[in-house]
Ligand binder design. Sequence first.
Ligand code: NAD
Ligand code: TYD
Length: 349
Amino acid sequence: MKILITGGAGFIGSHLVRLFVNKYPNYTIVNLDKLTYAGNLANLTDIENKPNYSFVKGDIVDATFINKLFADHQFNAVIHLAAESHVDRSITNPLEFVYTNVIGTVNLLNAAKELHKADPSKFTKFYHVSTDEVYGSLGDTGLFTETTAYDPHSPYSASKASSDHFVRAYHDTYKLPCVISNCSNNYGPFHFPEKLIPLCINNIKNNKPLPIYGKGENIRDWLFVEDHARAIDVIFHTAALGSTYNIGGHNEWTNIDVIRLLCDMMDEKLGRPKGTNQQLITYVTDRAGHDLRYAIDSSKLQNDLGWKPSLQFEEGLSKTVDWYLQNEEWLTNVTSGAYANYYEKQYSH
Ligand code: NAD
Ligand code: TYD
C-alpha cells in the first residue's frame, strides 16, 4: 500500500509518519509538505533514511502539481493533515486558511477522485484529519459528539468545517471512500512554540512572561499527540467508509490550571523555589471570538474500535517538558527560524 500523508513535517503529521513508517515496513509512505513556518523536517531525522519513506516538497493549493503527483505515484490512500492550524494567525490572515484548508483539501479530493474512478479497487481511502473546533463552543456542561451541529467561530475552525463538508460531499456525490476524525487539543514533543503549552514551556525556561488570554477560564480537552496518532492508525485501518470519529482524552482543564501545573512542574525540574514560575503569569487581552469550552465524547471510538488514551495528563505533560528541556537545539532552531535551512542541506543537490 502506498500512502500519501500530507503535512507530515508538522506537529501531528510527524508523529503519524513516524508511527506508520516504523510500524508498517510494507507500506510506502510519501510525506507531502510545503514546509511553511510550521513544517520542520528536523522532526523526522530518526526515520528520514528508512527505505519505505520519502519526502516531497509541495503546495496542496497548486492543483497542477497535485494532479501530477497523484498520476505519478498512483497512491492507494491519503491521510490529509496539511493545514494552517493556528487560530491567532487565522484572525490576522483568514484568506491563507481558505487557500490551504479549503482549496487545498478540494484539490486533494479531486486528484483522489480521479484515481478512484480509474480503479476503485486500488484507491481505497481518503482520511481527513480535522478538529473539534468545528463544533463551536460548549457551555458549562455537555460534550461534543459526532452528531453535534457544526458552529465554527474562528476563521480557522470555519475553514476546517468547510473542508469537512467537502469531504462528506465527495463521499456522498462521487462515492469517494472517505473517513473523518475530529480531535481535541494535542500536546507533546515537536509542538511549534506559538501554541499555549510549548510557548509557556519555552517562556518559563527563559524567564519570560506567560501570556494568558482573558481570565484563563477557557477550557480545552488535552490529548497526548502519540495517542492521536494511534487513534488515526486504528480509524484508518478499521473505520467504516463514510464514518466520523471524535478523538479526545476526557481531560478538561482551564488554561490557567494547565499553566499553574506547568509552572509548578518546571519549578521542580529546573530547581527553582516553589512558586517562582507562577510569578511569570501575565493576563493579556482576550482572543477575539475566543471559544469558552471544548470537550469531546470519544465513546464511539472507544466502544467501536477499542482505542483509549494511554497517558494521564500529568504524566504526558511531564514527558513533554522533559523532551523540550532535552532538545534545546530543536527549540533554538525553531525559535530562531534556522530550521528553514534543513531542507536545503538535506534534500537539495
Ligand atoms: P501544524 O501547523 O503543526 O502542521 C501543519 C503542516 O502542514 C506543516 O508541516 C505545514 O508545513 C504543512 N502545510 C501547511 N500548508 C500547506 C500547504 N499549502 N501545502 C502543503 N503543506 C502545507 O499542524 P498540526 O497541529 O500538526 O495539525 C495537523 C492537522 O491536525 C491539521 O489539519 C489540524 O487542523 C488538525 N488538528 C490539530 C490539532 C492540534 O491540537 N494541533 C487538533 C485536532 C486537529
Ligand atoms: P492554542 O494552543 O492556540 O490552541 P486552540 O486555540 O486551537 O485551542 O490555545 C489553547 C488555549 O490557550 C486557547 O484557549 C487560547 C489560550 N492561549 C492563551 O491563553 N495564551 C496564548 O499565548 C495562547 C497561544 C493561547
